[in-house]
Design a protein around this ligand. Structure first.
Ligand code: GAR
Length: 192
């Protein structure tokens, strides 16, 4: 496929805490011509995040910032983002809640992927709760981040069927596949 990395692409920072499969997927899509973005920074709140390995693999700058809700840390991150001309933040398995101040300063330019069909199952353990509640469907959502947890405007969603023998582990795998489809598509949608 044709590739384009250049001035037409807007710069994104991806915030992670764990495996980074969404990060890896976004990096792959960012290399395609018809996806108008470039992942130019990875921020993790922990040095233990496995996803940090994609920094070395793809030559993308990384920062480990022990995130806490305080003005000093907000300022530090905002400075880093400004210096690198970051126009959009994509949270991808980032397990910290950003401060109201930070969200306000980067208003309308932070999006998140959440493993449920929002507004259902905000917060943690989404798959287990969906199975326990005998839901027929589960899924994932890409949404804007506001100061209310997992409540901002939805950009894209995809659902999957919960099978009879489903476990939270099998469901997480199934949903993750869909996450990898909708996250790049959602970014493209808001940038176009
Ligand atoms: C993904 O399933 C994502 O939806 C979820 O964490 C996983 C990260 O996987 N996010 C949340 O639960 C946020 N509340 P990854 O590190 O392999 O991309």
């Amino acid at each position: 496929m044709e590739k384009l990395i250049g001035p037409k692409k807007i710069k994104i920072a991806v915030f992670i805490s764990g495996k980074g499969s969404n990060l890896n997927n976004l990096i792959k899509f960012s290399k395609l011509k018809n996806y108008p973005f470039l992942i130019s920074l990875i921020i993790s709140n922990t040095k233990k995040a496995e996803g940090l390995r994609f920094s070395k693999k793809y030559g993308i700058e990384k920062k480990i910032i022990k995130y806490e809700k305080n003005l000093q840390i907000d300022k530090k991150i905002l400075k880093i983002l400004k210096k690198r001309n970051i126009k959009l933040i994509c949270l991808a398995g980032f397990m910290k809640i950003l401060s109201k101040n930070f969200i306000k300063k980067f208003q309308g330019k932070i999006i998140n992927i959440h493993p449920s069909l929002l507004p259902k199952y905000k917060g943690l353990n989404t798959h287990l709760r969906a199975i326990q509640n005998k839901e027929k469907y589960a899924g994932c959502s890409v949404h804007y981040v506001t100061s209310k947890l997992d409540s901002g405007k939805i950009i894209l969603q995809k659902k999957v069927k919960i099978s009879k023998k489903e476990t939270d582990v099998s469901l997480a795998k199934k949903v993750l596949k869909k996450e990898h489809l909708i996250y790049p598509a959602a970014i493209k949608k808001i940038l176009n």
